[in-house]
Write a protein that binds this ligand. Sequence first.
Ligand SMILES: Cc1cc2nc3c(=O)[nH]c(=O)nc-3n(C[C@H](O)[C@H](O)[C@H](O)COP(=O)(O)OP(=O)(O)OC[C@H]3O[C@@H](n4cnc5c(N)ncnc54)[C@H](O)[C@@H]3O)c2cc1C
Length: 464
Amino acid sequence: MPRVRAKQLDSELRAIATEEYTFQNWAKTFTCTCEIMFEPSTENQVVKIIQLARKYNKPIKVFGSGHSPSDLACSRGFMINIDNMNGLLRVDKRDSTVTVEAGMSLHKLHAILQEHGLALSNLGSISDQTIAGVISTATHGTGAEFGCLSTMVCDMTLVTANGDLVRCSPHENPDLFAAARCSLGALGVITRVSLQVEPAFRLEAIQKPYRFDNVLAEWDDVVHSAEHVRVWWMPHTNDCVVWRANRTEKPAVLPTSNWLLERGLGVHVYQFMLNAARYRPSFIPSITRFMFDTIHTRPIHVIDDSYKVFMFDCLFPQYVNEWAIPWENSPQALKELDEFINTAQLKVHFPVEIRFVNEDDIWLSPSYKRKTCYIGVIMYRPYGNPVPYKKYWKAYEGIMRKHGGRPHWAKAHGQSAEMLSASYPRLKDFLNVREKVDPEGMFLNDYLKRHILPGKPLQSAAML
Ligand SMILES: Cc1cc2nc3c(=O)[nH]c(=O)nc-3n(C[C@H](O)[C@H](O)[C@H](O)COP(=O)(O)OP(=O)(O)OC[C@H]3O[C@@H](n4cnc5c(N)ncnc54)[C@H](O)[C@@H]3O)c2cc1C
């Protein structure tokens, strides 16, 4: 494949092309340099880029805000960033739907929805991602009766590998729709998305400490104890924090300044201590105890606009791994994780984050046809420095697999297509749709070849 230079392009594409662009994900754990990165602002430009890629036989990968903690968005061919395609196309207050260009960030979407008295029903921990990015990986929040963000999609438009603009919905190209609501960027460039939202609401959130064994013993009650529930377990201890949030009509109650001070402590002092613990990992359990006692023993009460209350400070770059298992298996899986950490005398960072997601019918969604508990493990990289995590990941993945786990697609994991086809009953259907819309594999990259195309044996993210 001859190298393509920006000077070979027509003036319209040349104006939006950067040669030898180096992409790095948010956590700075994955980097790639592509031949040309394009920043289109219209669907026509996307079509032209795809025609160019066909002419020169180049692979293409679209990326959003680069928040996936893996090489999912990487490519050495062409890359496309559609941040400039971020306009509002239509809003309908009567049926609470909105249509936007797919490069819009969640932050911008919240502001637009608020102006129209609307809001997203659920959210993950941050809003820096693009709409296309979150739906491409089935990004999730928490709430037993709430699906992942992809379940909010009513219809979408993609530019496929032959340059066609294809719209899909439950009634129009339904198979493409079932595949494209979690597509990993493998089916084409998503340019427009319509979402089901709801009238704007406030959330009342209460966060309190609990004994972890008590929470595990009353799992079902805890899962259903509020509309949105998340649990943070502190490894090396029997302590956890339960965050519960419900819709409310009550007036706003904002966090106190003391709370803000504690967040500062939670970021800066924690990072400093974790950096010191790189030389003395045996400090880690004491750091966890100190942080829990100073920050998490006091209940926190907040009432505010929903999209603000859903947000969490994810602190600083980190290695993360997160899998979805049937929620009834999660107490046992967590006990096994605790046992492994103790027996292997591993020193691991807090928290282990536990969230709940309703089942859906999206072929590659980790919550496909089952009520799901996501269990996320984390090892921070204080000041960007490396920390050991591979032994932890290997054992964690073994436990998740044993309990029917499906890895979060955005996060680095070690599952081959053979392993994934056992846990994703519709993987084959997804691959058939992919073959139809992209027979030459224009949208495949190393991640997709490794994980969804048959033939590559992998065992653990620790191997990556
Ligand atoms: C600090 C932090 C917090 C997070 N919190 C959560 C959380 O609470 N819950 C959760 O589930 N996940 C969470 N994530 C993961 C994150 O939501 C996903 O990685 C999401 O996919 C990132 O969106 P992005 O816009 O950065 O997409 P990218 O990471 O840039 O891309 C992700 C995928 O989307 C594809 N894609 C992007 N744009 C398009 C397009 N226009 N057309 C087709 N494909 C496209 C890419 O090709 C790639 O396959 C978090 C990540 C970080 C770093």
